[in-house]
Design a binder for this molecule. Structure first.
Ligand code: PLP
Length: 378
């Protein structure tokens, strides 16, 4: 095996060469005339990509995605506030745990692993429980489910108490569709090492105009992660200069490909992975109508085990993810988020074909899905 593993992981994801090159740039004054225009361009491109609108803002924090979630909680809520956590897997639960660690009172509505949230049920809970905020997971990475945030959020916003809507889309945007303004959500949280095709280390937040107004003026309980200076694009402390150069190059690549082509690419990859799993004897764990464009969870029936599959794949130079939580011993997850194209996925499926019961039908099914992606899939 050569020293470059092929990764089909839901993070970290492959870093394109242009992004790698951009990060080699020499250090310069982070308030000087080399870095500042780059930062301004990054902020402008992010604002457009996340559709934050004229009154909205973005923030780029030196943190992994979880740091972005924590910053969001800290900047909008105080100990004693009530929020509703809507959970469809492990990452939804983590979002809640961050709030609980800050002594925020959390009501939970949880759905079974492999299901998307039910909008009616969430609204019903909210109608009888006025809360200050709602925590949603857009793309639940532990199960490979895409939740209908864009249809639920406007309905939450329209409730009489109109809670703030915080959305963990760390494994979602920009590989899955999201428009902050249209969705009427308030805060979207993403991270550099997933759809943004960079190494780990940056949390990216998009805030609605209403969210900008709601950022707490009282700074108690936070300092480094006080969002206000970040929102102005004047990064208050030494930023992750190299990562921001990388993000600048990645945003340029995203622009070049264009949104429609990018979203279609990820949908097609998801269809290929599902079709492969179905025919290989590794049935997908979630329904096609809720399947994520960026991560596919496949069940691994005995006598195969996820650990064996992953080890054998790794021996052949391919890294895939295991199951999490209740699916730890029964699932693998194939990531196709960020800079992954059909050639990359074909390489991975070819390696997996070595180990599954029905390799040739599986490759044929993936080929069919590749040639003619189904319009049903959204
Ligand atoms: C990856 C991920 C996280 C955690 O992000 P880190 O960058 O590892 O801190 C949180 N939520 C979701 C949905 C994720 O996919």
């Amino acid at each position: 095996m050569l020293d470059t593993p092929h990764i089909l992981l839901p993070g970290p994801t492959p870093v394109p060469e242009r992004v790698q090159q951009a990060m080699l740039r020499s250090m310069s004054d982070h308030r000087g005339n080399v870095f500042e225009p780059v930062l301004a361009r990054v902020y402008a491109r992010l604002a457009a990509l996340l559709h934050v609108g004229n009154a909205g803002r973005v923030a780029v924090l030196p943190a992994s995605g979880t740091g972005g979630l924590e910053a969001a909680i800290q900047n909008f809520f105080q100990p004693g506030d009530h929020v509703l956590s809507v959970e469809t897997g492990l990452f939804g639960k983590r979002f809640k745990e961050i709030a609980q660690a800050m002594d925020i009172q959390v009501e939970t509505v949880a759905f079974e692993w492999g299901q998307a949230f039910d909008e009616g049920q969430v609204l019903e809970v909210l109608e009888r429980t006025p809360v200050k905020g709602v925590l949603l997971t857009h793309n639940e990475t532990s199960t490979g489910v895409l939740n209908p945030v864009e249809t639920l959020a406007p309905r939450i916003r329209a409730l009489p108490h109109s809670p703030l809507i915080l959305v963990d889309s760390i494994s979602g945007v920009p590989s899955v569709p999201f428009n902050l303004m249209q969705s009427q959500a308030d805060v979207i949280i993403a991270a550099s090492q997933k759809g943004f095709m960079c190494p780990p280390g940056l949390a990216i937040l998009g805030l609605s105009g209403r969210a900008v107004e709601h950022v707490l003026k009282d700074r108690r309980g936070r300092h480094y992660l006080d969002l206000r200076p970040y929102l102005d694009g004047h990064l208050p402390y030494t930023p992750a200069v190299s990562l921001i150069y990388g993000l600048d190059a990645a945003l340029e690549l995203l622009d070049e490909e264009g949104e429609a082509a990018r979203l279609a690419r990820h949908r097609q990859l998801a269809q290929m992975a599902r079709a492969f799993g179905e025919a290989a004897g590794l049935p997908p764990l979630v329904g096609e109508n809720v399947t994520s464009p960026t991560v596919t969870a496949l069940s691994v029936p005995a006598p195969l085990t996820p650990a064996d599959l992953r080890r054998q794949a790794a021996e052949r130079g391919l890294q895939i993810a295991g199951g999490l939580g209740p699916w730890h011993h029964s699932a693998i997850r194939i990531g196709h988020v960020g800079a992954v194209d059909a050639a990359d996925l074909w390489g991975g499926l070819g390696i997996l074909a070595h180990m599954v019961p029905n390799p040739l039908p599986a490759l044929e099914a993936a080929f069919t899905a590749w040639k003619s992606p189904s319009p049903v899939f959204s």
